[in-house]
Design a protein around this ligand. Structure first.
Ligand SMILES: CC(C)(COP(=O)(O)OP(=O)(O)OC[C@H]1O[C@@H](n2cnc3c(N)ncnc32)[C@H](O)[C@@H]1OP(=O)(O)O)[C@@H](O)C(=O)NCCC(=O)NCCS
Length: 169
């Protein structure tokens, strides 16, 4: 089984990203063109087939839920994971864990010291998956989502700079 992670080409692949998103997320949670343009997105391709996709915003803290203007804030060293998804027909086979693991490696490789993500409170699969990889809940904000109404759970993972600590030893 050959697995690769490939950066989505913008703007050429925005339609593909949106079509992929529609197969995974409820209608109310879909990203629009502007949201995809804001992110850096990666496909997870298994034996030539797009199985999963994730999206990042670099040096960003997720604050939309608590800021009065409903916007995120820049924060050096913080990688915001705005989307992680595996096509339904490939779920439950460990691909979500593989993608999450790659996201964390990506963050470490590029020297991020923190990862932040958010999800529906009802979304136990991703909350469990994030917890398994060491993410902890930092807050739960009510009525963030509509269709259906739900809270957003904000989770973070603090990353040690292993290269620096190795040098310090
Ligand atoms: C969350 C998601 C990425 C997990 O992908 P997956 O390929 O099914 O996950 P895996 O097979 O690697 O399972 C990893 C872990 O996910 C969790 N999980 C997966 N399916 C689950 C389910 N139906 N119920 C509870 N936990 C579940 C478990 O912690 C599981 O670990 P376990 O096998 O030890 O129980 C996938 O369900 C998905 O794409 N969901 C829709 C999109 C979404 O909601 N994304 C998150 C918000 S951005």
């Amino acid at each position: 089984m050959r697995t690769e992670f490939r950066k989505a080409i913008l703007p050429d692949e925005i339609r593909s990203l949106m079509a992929f998103d529609r197969k995974i997320f409820p209608r109310s949670d879909l990203f629009d063109v502007t949201a995809w343009k804001t992110c850096e997105s990666y496909w997870m391709v298994v034996d030539g087939v797009k199985v999963g996709c994730c999206a990042f915003e670099k040096h960003v803290d997720f604050r939309e839920d608590i800021s009065e203007e409903g916007v995120n804030r820049s924060r050096k060293g913080s990688l915001y994971i705005s989307s992680t998804g595996i096509l339904p027909k490939f779920q439950g086979q460990g691909f979500g864990a593989l993608l999450k693991s790659w996201e964390i490696s990506y963050a470490r490789y590029y020297g991020f010291t923190r990862m932040v993500t958010n999800t529906r409170k009802q979304n136990l699969p991703i909350i469990r998956l994030n917890r398994r990889f060491g993410f902890r809940v930092v807050r739960t904000t009510p009525r963030y989502y509509s269709g259906p109404t739900d809270s957003t759970v904000v989770m973070e993972l603090l990353l040690q700079d292993r290269r620096r600590s190795a040098r310090a030893v």
